[in-house]
Write a protein that binds this ligand. Structure first.
Ligand SMILES: Nc1ncnc2c1ncn2[C@@H]1O[C@H](COP(=O)(O)OP(=O)(O)OP(=O)(O)O)[C@@H](O)[C@H]1O
Ligand SMILES: [Mg+2]
Length: 357
């Protein structure tokens, strides 16, 4: 029970109540988006040019770890174009027919948002290629040898795809997006602004120190910043005088086991397993996931990007390896690297993009 509560707190995916508040805190226009300056400028230009031409903007692919603003940007694209947003997701499209029925119902200029687009089925993917490029789909009528494909024209629309795993998208699909935005973890200064903005919207009083403290422990992720803000608010209300000061924030975050670098329980259990059970690695991702009792996808998509980005873990061709920083963060002494052994791979930044399986 307690466990679950703590997990829910630091997980980057929202559910239940959090979703309602998340929606209230979501920026509605590009101007309200904090940080991600390059993406904002580039996307702003794409949208403005389309508006001037009176056309639907090019298809947009948004990639990046959970909670950084992909869904937010998709909604903003529709909003900025004053177009309706149709929302679906890769796992929901199991048959090409599912996609055909969505596409056959759209009007010119609609924005179609496909979340987790890397999880779409192959036949649907192929139908999507044609829809994106030629604004046409083939609807199959009937079964077996008598089946016929009826071509159906669809009005120009904008596809917005979101994915936490751009690398899993087949090349032909990736190439059909006119604009790709990769969202990266936010700088503490941007998270600071997000925390202040959200505090303002929630009507809570926060000091500079309080905002800074929450920002620095938010794992570079706006969704987590907003969630920690709400937990600190709870703490301030129950155990203090309601003001979110540095002391209140620090005490609350310690209580919720978010450490001073923002690592949460999952992050820590990954590096702990790596260091303590596998002597620092290399170890395969599947084994590592079993060791921490999580799905491979969760370790790979939720914990790993942040750990890699912050230099705690590297991906090598033979598996995941803990860096000296990981050992030190756990208060342990890193093992000495044997120059003749495989451990020297820990320093190879060029190998970070390689996977062992
Ligand atoms: N640039 C930003 N400025 C302010 N708030 C932001 C920004 N980006 C995201 N947020 C906040 O973070 C929350 C999570 O963002 P969002 O739902 O768009 O993430 P996501 O990338 O779609 O995540 P997932 O991969 O889990 O679907 C939003 O509710 C919003 O309040
Ligand atoms: Mg989303």
């Amino acid at each position: 029970m307690e466990e679950e509560h703590l997990r829910a707190l630091t997980q980057a995916d929202a559910d239940g109540d959090d979703r309602v508040v998340d929606a209230a805190l979501r920026p509605k226009s590009l101007d309200e988006v904090v940080g991600q300056h390059r993406v904002r400028d580039q996307l702003g230009l794409v949208l403005e040019a389309a508006r001037q031409r009176g056309r639907a903007p090019d298809h947009v692919l948004l990639s990046g770890p959970p909670g950084l603003g992909k869904t937010t940007l998709a909604m903003i694209i529709a909003n900025e174009m004053s177009a309706p947003l149709r929302v679906t997701s890769g796992p929901a499209i199991t048959h090409a027919g599912d996609l055909a029925s969505i596409l056959s119902g759209i009007n010119e200029g609609d924005v179609v948002f496909v979340d987790e687009i890397h999880r779409m089925s192959r036949p649907a993917e192929e139908m999507l290629y044609m829809a994106m490029e030629d604004f046409r789909v083939d609807v199959v009528v009937g079964k077996g040898p008598g089946a016929t494909a009826i071509p159906l024209d669809i009005p120009p629309f904008t596809l917005v795809g979101a994915t936490t795993r751009a690398g899993l998208l087949p090349g032909p699909l990736r190439d059909r997006f006119g604009f790709t935005a990769h969202l990266d973890f936010y700088e503490p200064a941007d998270l600071d602004l997000i925390v202040r903005r959200s505090a303002g919207l929630l009507g809570v009083e926060i000091t500079d120190g309080g905002a800074g403290r929450i920002a620095s422990r938010s794992r570079g992720t706006p969704r987590i910043a907003n969630r920690l803000l709400r937990r600190v608010r709870d703490y301030a209300q129950v155990r203090a005088d309601g003001v979110l000061t540095d002391e209140v924030a620090a005490a609350a975050l310690d209580l919720y086991e978010v450490d001073d670098l923002g690592l949460d329980r999952l992050d820590r259990s990954v590096i702990e397993a790596l260091c303590l059970r596998f002597a620092g690695g290399p170890v395969g991702i599947a084994t590592l996931a079993v060791a921490v009792g999580e799905e491979r996808e969760t370790v790979e998509e939720v914990a790993e990007p942040f750990l890699v980005r912050n230099g705690f873990l590297v991906r090598t061709p033979r598996g995941r390896v803990a860096t000296p920083a990981a050992w030190e963060h756990l208060g342990l002494t890193p093992p000495r690297i044997d120059p003749a052994g495989g451990r020297s791979s820990t320093s190879g930044t060029g190998q970070q993009e390689l996977f062992e399986d």
